[in-house]
Design a protein around this ligand. Structure first.
Ligand code: HEM
Length: 127
């Protein structure tokens, strides 16, 4: 039987691997690296905490940083539709790398599409 909680299905180890692969791609993506810190260690650590709770695991992000308010936390960064697409492309490649497959991948990825689109806070031209 499959666990009902996505976090339990993917597991802490594979989730951590996914996020590490994701930031390796962000670090070299021409549309993304300019708005990210050079050292992504702390960013990846926070993202692991966030994704853990996003997928139904323990509320690690909230325990350390308070209410996620993700759109507000992203406001200082110019997130255009192009950057949302780039973010999702990095995530898709990272999912390929860690061989995340099947319904879990589809459900998780589709949810990330909605969240990424929700983060868009600038038009391309005002970027
Ligand atoms: C932080 C960009 C989408 C979760 C950040 C930071 C940037 C960024 C530049 C700051 C990094 C730092 O200073 O350490 C983007 C872009 C996105 C996007 C371009 C494209 C749509 C998302 C999505 C999620 C997410 C979809 C969650 C599903 C986070 C988290 C942090 C973060 C948890 C750390 C927040 C904190 O510092 O407390 N993002 N992001 N981001 N992002 Fe995104």
């Amino acid at each position: 039987r499959k666990p009902l909680i996505p976090y339990e299905e993917i597991g802490a180890e594979k989730l951590s691997e996914l996020i590490d692969r994701f930031y390796e791609k962000v670090a070299v993506h021409p549309d993304l690296y300019p708005i990210f810190p050079e050292d992504l260690t702390e960013t990846a650590r926070k993202q692991k905490q966030f994704q853990t709770q996003y997928l139904g695991g323990p509320n690690l992000f909230t325990e350390e940083h308070g209410h996620p308010m993700m759109k507000a936390r992203h406001m200082p960064f110019p997130i255009t539709p192009t950057r949302a697409k780039a973010w999702l492309a990095c995530m898709k490649e990272a999912m390929d790398d860690v061989e995340l497959e099947g319904p879990l991948r589809e459900v998780y990825y589709q949810r990330l599409v909605l969240t990424a689109n929700h983060m868009v806070n600038r038009n391309e031209e005002d970027e």
